[in-house]
Every structure is written in structure tokens, then in C-alpha cells.
Write a protein of this length. Structure first.
Length: 262
């Protein structure tokens, strides 16, 4: 197994005017190539901070973290990951194809290479035909697919996704969840996915990392026993419900779960 992300005794404390905030404490986690790992826990447990630390947007204050065997800074410079945010964050004055091409433009790829990569990733997220549209002409779900295409356009092996479907209604979210699984199967990417939703975490993941706040730490790591090929109605099977119950239990054990908070 090739490890893509490896965190050992990782800690991150933010000094603030009101004292230190321990966002991450003693996090030990290895994410292997091809894993789909979800991070679940209530607000403030450090999910986003962990993703941002992998992406070298935050610096750990203790412990070690490697990404593709490199420091996060080296991995960022090697463009080891694509990042998908909660809001699609597309530029409204650029067409969809121009938004998706942006990282390639910045990296200095030729126009031909850009066109080929944009075509391929738009096919992957089922957006072919919408190349010349502007973001505001697309639905929220389509905009989020475009932002996934942008993160995939330069073919990084690792995809960091921070609640990408949190703002979408349940039907669109279901649809994008099953599309994301197909995309993951086709591309064999490694995915780190932040969510507040237990069913979403269980449906998508090979591994679920349960976190708890104050200080932000990992309280349980659950290996999924579900097959990789998952129709949406797998969510009604006893096996699925048993994993969901264990996640809920993990959230409770971390004293981090109140009904309705996750
Ligand atoms: N730049 C910062 N400066 C100070 N404190 C911060 C900073 N960024 C995050 N924090 C604090 O660190 C803790 C972890 O935040 P983080 O955003 O990682 O949580 P989260 O689990 O992603 O929450 P949410 O589900 O609400 O997105 C919180 O207490 C937050 O207020």
C-alpha cells in the first residue's frame, strides 16, 4: 500500500486574542492510495483545518505530516492535490471551460493541452455541452461539478473536498454522491472528504474518520465493509445502517453529538 497522507502526532494550535485554540491534537492517520476517506464531526472539530494542513494552507505546530512522501509545502509545489470548496468559487466572468482551464493556464500548459484536459475532465463530471456557459447559467449542482472538474484538470492523484455538496438539496446531493463514486472508481484518485452527514460519509467512504472538538482529535476510524460498487439503495441495507450506527456512536462517545447537530 502506498501512503498518500501520513500524520503522526499532528497538532495545530491557533494563538488568538482570547487564548490558544487547539484545532488539532495528536492526530495519527494514514491514508493510502485509492482510499476514500470521510471526516465527520461537529462544527469546530478541526476537519477543515486538517484538510488545509494537508494543502499547506496551515502549518502544524507539532508532529509530522507527509503528502505523497513529501512535506506539505513540497507537495503543494508539486501540485499533488486538487481542492474543492463548499462554495463552487467559479469566476463569474469566465465560461465553464475557462474556469476549468485556469489551473492549467497558471501552470503554463499549451492551448492544445488545456483543451484536451478540459474536454476530458468535463466528460468525467458529465458537463459536456456546457463549455461556453457562464457559472450563473448553471444549477448549483452543475457548478459544483465544474469545480470538481477544475480540481481534476491537472490530474493530481489526491482530491481534497471540503463539504462540496453541503449547500445542495438532498436529491441533487444524492445524484452527485453516486456520480462522485463512479468518478472515483474510474480515476482511482485518493479522496479526503469533509462532511456533516452520516449517510453521506457511509455511502461514499472506504474509511470514516470520526472527530471531536475541544481539542480537535480523532475518536474513531471505521473501515467500511460495503462493496466498492454501491447503488444508492445500499443505504437501506442492514450493513449500511450498522456502519451508520457505529459512526453515530463514535460521535456520541466523543461527547460531540447532539441530535440535529451533525
Ligand atoms: N485561522 C484561525 N484562527 C483562529 N482559530 C481558528 C482559525 N481557523 C480555525 N480556527 C478554530 O479552530 C477550530 C477548528 O476549526 P475548523 O474550521 O477546522 O473546524 P471544522 O470541523 O471544519 O468546522 P465546520 O464543520 O464548522 O467547518 C475551531 O474552533 C475554529 O474556530
Amino acid at each position: 500500500m502506498t501512503s498518500v497522507v501520513s500524520a503522526q502526532n499532528l497538532g495545530l494550535t491557533f494563538p488568538t486574542g482570547d487564548g490558544d485554540i487547539v484545532a488539532l491534537s495528536d492526530v495519527n492517520l494514514t491514508i493510502n492510495k485509492g482510499d476514500f476517506v470521510s471526516f465527520i464531526g461537529p462544527s469546530g472539530c478541526g476537519k477543515t483545518t486538517f484538510l488545509r494542513t494537508i494543502a499547506d494552507l496551515e502549518k502544524p505546530t507539532s508532529g509530522t505530516l507527509s503528502v505523497n512522501g513529501m512535506s506539505p509545502e513540497e507537495a503543494r509545489k508539486a501540485r499533488a492535490y486538487g481542492y474543492v470548496f463548499q462554495a463552487a468559487a467559479l469566476y463569474p466572468w469566465r465560461t465553464i471551460e475557462k474556469n476549468i482551464a485556469l489551473p492549467l493556464e497558471i501552470m503554463g500548459h499549451s492551448a492544445a493541452k488545456q483543451a484536451e484536459r478540459v474536454k476530458r475532465t468535463m466528460e468525467l463530471v458529465n458537463l459536456s455541452g456546457f463549455e461556453k456557459k457562464y457559472p450563473w447559467q448553471l444549477s448549483g449542482g452543475m457548478q459544483q461539478r465544474a469545480s470538481i472538474a477544475r480540481a481534476l484538470s491537472f490530474d493530481a492523484d489526491l482530491l481534497l473536498m471540503d463539504e462540496p455538496f453541503g449547500a445542495l438539496d438532498e436529491i441533487v446531493r444524492d445524484h452527485l454522491n453516486s456520480e462522485l463514486l463512479k468518478l472515483w472508481a474510474r480515476t482511482e484518485k485518493t479522496i479526503c472528504f469533509v462532511t456533516h452527514s452520516i449517510p453521506e460519509a457511509v455511502y461514499l467512504s472506504t474509511r470514516i474518520v470520526v472527530m471531536s472538538p475541544r481539542p480537535g482529535r480523532v475518536t474513531d476510524i471505521i473501515e467500511s465493509t460495503l462493496p466498492r460498487d454501491r447503488p444508492l439503495d445500499i443505504r437501506e441495507t442492514p450493513e449500511f445502517l450498522a456502519i451508520a450506527a457505529r459512526v453515530r456512536e463514535g460521535l456520541r462517545a466523543g461527547h460531540s453529538y447532539e441530535e440535529g447537530s451533525v
